[in-house]
Ligand binder design. Sequence first.
Ligand code: UDP
Ligand code: MG
Length: 318
Amino acid sequence: MSDRLAIVVPCYNEEEVLPISIPELLKVLEDLAGKQKIDRDSYLLFVNDGSRDRTWELLEEAHRKDARVCAVKLAKNCGHQSALIAGLMTVRENADMTVSIDADLQDDVSVIEDMVDAYHNGCEIVYGIRGSRKSDSFFKRTTAQGFYKFLAALGVKTVYNHADFRLMSSKALAELAQYHETNLYLRGLIPLLGLKTGEVFYERKERLAGESKYPFKKMLALAMNGITSFSVQPIRLVFQVGLFVLLICLCAAVYAFVSYLSGSVEHGWTSIILSIWFLGGVQLLAIGVIGEYIGKIYNEVKHRPLYHIETVLQSDTE
Ligand code: UDP
Ligand code: MG
């Protein structure tokens, strides 16, 4: 008997894409079960992240037609990362392995088979890695790749060109469950688990239907989380900038003193105003950076739950 797979899919206003992606994912289960790579009672788990459209109705309907379509309804929109962890934690004890994938199936479902093979060869985590990003817009491609490089420069260990398309064994999920972070950035956490990992490569496709649910603001918030949850380099940078400004100030003092001795004191409204504003700006920036971290600590110590589950549609609840 082979192992049970659960495919976890976060969904936010995905009514346009679900009628295409549900059958495609069921077909993946069918194929893999046919090849005896996964158990026949493998299933899909959709996490409805507070959608305002017909996503939940579609999921209920799909569940009625096919018990392998399971779903969790979050009480409100909690964001992609929280929806994903909600799904993973829901299936944790009901699956031997999980694959997380976006509802729009931009990630290639055909490599799920390679992921499962890697799992059978002993990998606890298998990363889906984008060979290229031709289908992404120029803006998304350059900002995303620049961001990964920036994270690496800050010393954060992430997998280049990997998003949240990955396989995790139940053991890996049990380890992940020990992290109780409010500021969740899963891509940064998974490499910390240190378990045996594998990689599969694929070409990222266009969204099957509908529009991106990751507007620039959400992308920026995720990127900020990626930096501040894993690196204190920005605070160190503030310290370094402070030192640098102090050094410039010393040079200016020496220059002023020499000018005074030689009898040619510089008068100047512009230089005074500019330096006041410059230093004021640097200070505000520094406070901002430190404030960002304090805000993070504030949220972490409150330790509020990341999501609330309203309803669960599971095959064994019927
Ligand atoms: N998503 C979510 N909650 C949100 C935003 C997005 O669950 O608040 C889901 C969305 O339904 C999709 C996945 O996260 O399954 C990735 O979103 P999308 O494909 O729009 O992002 P992009 O590929 O454009 O980065
Ligand atoms: Mg997408």
